[in-house]
Ligand binder design. Structure first.
Ligand SMILES: Cc1cc2nc3c(=O)[nH]c(=O)nc-3n(C[C@H](O)[C@H](O)[C@H](O)COP(=O)(O)O)c2cc1C
Length: 178
């Protein structure tokens, strides 16, 4: 479809998955790795860009998780999980946690335990350890709402995902210079 063209689909309301994906992909987001412990005590993680804050009082966030993802399908809905916001130096981790076999994703990676043992990845700009507040079924995904129990923040800038590519934010002008 050419830029500027409008496509509404048959009878003005059917939308093709390709058009839907392309339009939503224009909206920039950060990149996170959502982590949890598996029932055998191991660490699990997957790359997730569908993260947003929901409420301040109480502090709630959400992520949208494909129903086929190991996070929910193989392991069952997590009671506790963490959202690790990747830094612009961690593009390799976005690839690792979306493309590597599940059991190899933590190989050689530095991480520590947060609230209730959730895996917090070193070098991220922020980690939010959460308890599951709600898991809402929405089409082929679950909207997983988490109540934030612990926050760790580190210096650095977030990696950006837009139009199916990773980006780094431009360096802001130095406000201390005249
Ligand atoms: C940049 C990026 C963002 C992604 N965002 C999401 C997302 O928000 N929700 C989701 O379910 N999968 C998302 N994925 C896909 C999952 O990371 C991928 O399917 C992963 O393999 C799922 O884990 P599993 O193999 O353990 O099932 C994203 C992948 C990439 C590369």
């Amino acid at each position: 479809m050419s830029v500027g063209a409008m496509r509404t689909g048959e009878k003005g309301h059917a939308v093709s998955p390709a058009d839907f994906r392309a339009a939503c992909g224009l909206f920039p987001s950060g990149v996170t790795v959502v982590t949890r412990r598996s029932p055998d005590g191991g660490a699990y993680g997957m790359t997730v860009s569908s993260f947003t804050s929901v409420s301040l009082h109480p502090p709630l966030i959400l992520v949208c998780i494909d129903k086929r993802a190991g996070l929910v399908l193989q392991l069952g809905h997590p009671e506790y999980f963490a959202v690790n916001i990747l830094s612009e130096e961690q593009q390799d981790l976005a690839v690792r946690f979306s493309a590597f076999p599940e059991k190899k994703r933590f190989d050689g990676l530095r991480w520590s335990e947060g609230w209730r043992g959730v895996p917090l990845i070193d070098g991220v700009v922020a980690s939010l350890a959460c308890s599951k507040e709600e898991a809402i079924e929405a089409g082929d995904h679950y909207v997983l709402v988490g109540r934030v129990k612990e926050i760790r923040q580190h210096p650095g800038r977030a990696l950006v995902w837009c139009e199916s590519r990773y980006h780094c934010l431009p360096t802001p002008p130095d406000s201390t210079r005249d």
